[in-house]
Design a protein around this ligand. Structure first.
Ligand code: NAD
Ligand code: ZN
Length: 349
């Protein structure tokens, strides 16, 4: 499957099992006779770094690599500086290429390095986690975390190619599959035809063979949204369904509750609020819960309303006394709404 993304700088997303071992075939038409840095983390590199490296070297590229300790805590300014210093030490030039091989942490940080090193070099996203495949690898948002919060230092920089090899998901831990499923269910509420029905009939955690088709559907949905609003001044905010309360839950739990899990709970909380406000039918909420449970994800939390709200108020989508939220208004469709913090609180009552 090849999905074309018509962003300010257009590119393709290729979803193909087994593509990783032929990665050079996909890069050759876009970029030749250059040096390549492969950036990966300590969990992904042992599985896939040599595969990618060998194939690129055999195709004539000169290749170096940079591997950092896996985990969100590595997505920081210090690690970023270490990476760009390494790139400079390797004398990488404007015409060289970076390959981000890993999940969203690798993609976000390596993407930001590519966005800023020498004022920007080309990069390729090779998502190896389900979340990265359906979400972070597409759309050109790159960032690292600051002490004050997540993703506060970043840039928009579209990759020249996204190469997703779903067979890499075979080594992904179960917990990370579920994380990805949280985001996938989110797409179901953003007008993605057939996705909810497919997930109901074949919950992804039990029917992993259907993952390529699901990834393609989600990527197409994200592509449609990004093409309309690359820099998130409008509709792109729809992708934050479940994230207002979700981020609050993540933060208040000191990130004990993982992102996809928090998004799942966040969607349920927002849907419950929407039912109370007469914006969503109760049956739609019930069906959402059933779907989330079928993916072995939580629908409730012990974190208090006050804690969630306190954290949500500091969300990036918060502007002064108002905040932009995403409200599910039917089973499969959501809308943006600007509310005051007081109104937001009524969604959690
Ligand atoms: P991650 O990169 O930390 O990956 C999750 C875990 O799975 C890590 O331990 C990783 O090493 C491991 N892993 C990845 N692929 C593997 C594989 N094939 N086999 C074995 N282990 C593997 O996290 P993530 O869930 O992929 O992404 C989360 C990050 O993405 C967050 O930092 C979030 O802010 C960011 N994000 C960015 C965007 C965006 O638009 N840029 C969107 C959503 C999320
Ligand atoms: Zn998310």
């Amino acid at each position: 499957t090849r999905i074309h993304i018509n962003a300010s700088t257009p590119y393709d997303v290729v979803i193909e099992a087994g593509s990783l071992q032929r990665i050079a075939d996909y890069i050759k038409p876009l970029k030749q006779n250059c040096s390549v840095i492969i950036v990966s983390d300590s969990n992904v590199a042992p599985h896939y770094l040599n595969l990618v490296k060998t194939n690129m070297i055999n195709a004539g590229y000169s290749v170096c690599d940079y591997v950092f300790t896996a985990g969100e805590s590595s997505k920081n300014a210090h690690q970023l500086i270490d990476l760009v210093e390494y790139m400079a030490a390797q004398s990488l030039t404007r015409k060289d290429l970076l390959i981000a091989l890993g999940g969203g942490v690798v993609g976000d940080m390596a993407g930001f390095a590519a966005a800023t090193y020498l004022r920007g070099i080309d990069y390729v996203q090779v998502p190896t986690s389900l979340l990265a495949a359906v979400d972070s690898s597409v759309g050109g948002k790159t960032a690292v975390n600051l002490e004050a919060g997540k993703n506060l230092w970043g840039a928009f920089k579209q990759p020249i190619l996204v190469l997703c090899d779903p067979s890499t998901l075979n080594t992904l831990p179960d917990m990370e599959w579920k994380n990805g499923c949280g985001e996938i269910i989110k797409y179901g509420f953003l007008d993605v035809p057939g996705l909810l029905t497919q997930l109901e009939h074949k919950p992804l955690i039990k029917h992993r063979d259907s993952v390529s088709a699901v990834i393609a559907r989600c990527v197409q949905a994200k592509a449609d949204i990004v093409e309309q609003d690359e820099r998130e001044s409008g509709v792109r905010a729809l992708l934050n369904l479940g994230h207002t309360f979700g981020h609050g839950i993540e933060k208040a739990s000191h990130f004990e509750v993982h992102h996809g899990y928090a998004v799942a709970i966040g969607m349920v909380l927002m849907a419950q609020g929407a039912v109370k406000h007469g914006e969503l039918a109760a049956e739609a909420l019930d069906k959402l819960k059933v779907l989330i449970e079928a993916h072995d994800l939580p629908t409730t939390t012990t974190i208090t309303k006050e804690e969630i709200l306190a954290a949500a108020k500091h969300d990036k989508k918060s502007e002064g006394s108002t905040i932009k939220i995403v409200v599910p208004i039917s089973y499969g469709h959501s809308e943006l709404k600007v509310v005051t913090h007081e109104e937001l609180a009524t969604y959690l009552d």
